[in-house]
Design a protein around this ligand. Structure first.
Ligand code: ATP
Ligand code: MG
Length: 239
């Protein structure tokens, strides 16, 4: 069976300036890939390229074994690549329910089913998105991604600006998304240990280079190797 998502020699960047070195990546069905790395490493550039918002400079992206045209966000979205951007991009003057209704794709999951993952939102359906707490806004951003029936959900910094205790509550939902909806998740995250708890595989990006990749449990158990990877030391087995 082909991978849910695959990058072959993907070169991403801004204009003609590459940010990522040629990247090979495979995300198997039913898994979470954590994309880790310091500020400016190229994590957002990678997600935006996968979502078609940025045209790739080289290489290709395959979804279920089928190549996607580069730089075509609507095509990528319709094919099942759904981005939850780091700024959440909510309609702040619309209610929670209106945000979900607008985003929902016909044939997508029922809003009530998606809300099962986020009970706190169920009580806030009539509230304007702009009046939600940061954690609730992030729940809504992810719920909005889910009603689009993603094959691959790309989540950029779910925990940005949130207290650690809220992040601890939110991140396990990522595991449930994969287990209950069948989507795969690519999770860009600064909370390394929490991300590794919910991920199956992880890569560390530094200056556009993969300096470490492996099973999340193995990386979580080896902090020194992780720290070395953050400092840019490429490892055997890294791309
Ligand atoms: N619109 C842009 N035009 C030109 N260069 C950009 C643009 N956006 C980002 N870059 C550059 O691309 C590189 C990677 O940035 P990117 O936002 O992908 O990093 P990141 O890993 O997501 O960082 P952070 O953890 O801070 O979100 C940086 O050197 C950045 O300056
Ligand atoms: Mg970023």
């Amino acid at each position: 069976m082909s991978a849910a998502l695959e990058c072959r020699g993907l070169v991403a960047g801004h204009g003609s300036v590459p940010v990522l070195r040629p990247l090979d990546l495979t995300v198997a069905h039913g898994t979470v890939l954590a994309v880790l790395g310091p500020n400016g490493a190229g994590k957002t550039t990678l997600l935006n390229t996968l979502a078609g918002l940025l045209p790739s400079i080289g290489g290709e992206v395959l979804l279920d074994g089928h190549p996607l045209p580069a730089g075509r966000p609507r095509t990528a979205n319709r094919s099942g690549l759904v981005l939850v951007p780091d700024d959440r991009a909510l309609f702040t003057t619309l209610t929670v329910r209106e945000n979900l209704v607008l985003a929902r794709r016909s044939g997508g999951p029922a809003i009530d089913d998606v809300l099962d993952l986020f009970p706190a939102l169920t009580e806030r359906l009539g509230v304007h998105a702009g009046a939600l707490s940061g954690g609730e806004q992030q729940m809504l951003a992810v719920a909005r991604g889910l009603v689009q029936r993603p094959k691959v959900l790309l989540i950029d910094e779910m925990s940005m600006g949130l207290a650690p205790v809220i992040v601890e509550d939110l991140l396990p939902v990522v595991r449930r998304i994969v287990d209950e909806t069948g989507a795969v998740v690519v999770l860009v995250e600064q909370h390394v240990q929490l991300a590794l708890e919910v991920a199956d595989e992880a890569i560390v990006l530094v200056h556009g280079d993969v300096t470490l990749r492996g099973a999340a449990t193995e990386l979580a158990a080896d902090r020194r190797r992780l720290e070395a990877a953050y400092l840019g030391g490429a490892e055997d087995g890294a791309a």
